[in-house]
Design a binder for this molecule. Sequence first.
Ligand code: ADP
Ligand code: ZN
Length: 440
Amino acid sequence: MFGKDVEIPFLDKKIETAPREEIERIQLAGLKNQIKAALRTDFYRKKYKDLGITEDTVSTLDDIRKLPFTTKNDLRDAYPFGLLAVPKDDVVRLHASSGTTGAATVIYLTQKDLDMAADTMARSLRAAGCSRQDILQNMMTYGLFTGGLGLHYGAEKLGMMVVPTSSGNTIRQIKFMKDFGTTVVHATPSYLLHLHAAIEESGSLRSDFKLRKAIAGAEPHSEELRRKIERTLGIEVYNNYGMSEMNGPGPAIECVFRNGMHIWEDRYIAEIIDPETLEPVPEGETGELVLTILCRDAMPLIRYRTRDLTRFITEPCECGRTHRKIARLTGRTDDMLIINGVNVFPSQIEEVLLRTKGVGANYFIIVDKNGVLDKLTVQVEITPEMFADDSRLINALRDRLRSEMAALITINPVVEIKQPGSLPVSEGKAKRVDDRRPKD
Ligand code: ADP
Ligand code: ZN
């Protein structure tokens, strides 16, 4: 599609293709600035004072390793205002994480910070091929969660027409998509699957829609799931990564080559570490992503441990951007289930489900105790066609799923086949795991 003669979309080509030395110069200056800002917060002032850290601690980018990490727990300890670096009166917005893994954490933004966040988001949307000709329907929840307003402001900045439907009410979503000729949607991958099923059910035709792209983020999903959505909805799906702590969905997105997400390195410093040793992993190996935000005055976050697992893609991108790419996230360090001593990621289970014909839109994982042993149950919705079929075929599907999962994760799961539409659909991030083992 984007051959040599076709123009690749940029918002700010100069910075997006800047030489590495220039990006690194910006990063070093930004880091020093953030240390100065950090010293204005109660939280970092205390922490850095004890360690004797000032902006002079870093004279090269590698010196970032002299700074301690910041964790999600630190954010909780600093709640509500311990990380504020500007007078409260300068704050114009507060956001919070969706609290997937515990109490929600908050961030603050000044007007300048909000403008920067919108600009970063606009850059991301443009990189994914969106333009002012597009009509974007934002199906992420509006409110504290940044997937709503965070993306919204960036889309407006790019000049897109934004339809802020927020999440849920699928029938109205479909009606609006048809009536306004929505060309781009922003949603979680699991909601996109649900949307497809609802469109089928409504009897609408592909020709009723002008949809061409989806920006998909907020939860881990596999390459197989992306392909499935692309195939069934007949659109391009762009992986988009972010989190409230880093201003929302802007920091990293796939360009039109859809092969890894560029991180905007003039605005974020990305490191990938071994979550056990806390040392950097060799370039290209998987580890925990650590981010430092450089484009926020109100609330610095330096070497923030995202707990998300990824790797740098070392090959340069065909689009010409010099900002490095990260691979699709394989999950969070705290997503990992330890089942009878074996490490299992939900994404591995999803991988098997998605490559298997007859498997439907939704699944659910339950971990339980069976005596002293852990028991893994995978509930799988099947497609309406499969459900209407012979029970022998359904049994064969169950056996096949069980043996393919066992081969991949080395644990024998119980596979329960479920009727289409019988598992709960979440409006925000999909909750796919219920660990019922007693915690002690
Ligand atoms: P919470 O930590 O409460 O879920 P957020 O709502 O800010 O807070 O969600 C951010 C998290 O969502 C990220 O740390 C990551 O785990 C997940 N996430 C966001 N985008 C993606 C994506 N494209 N792929 C995988 N995971 C993602
Ligand atoms: Zn690219």
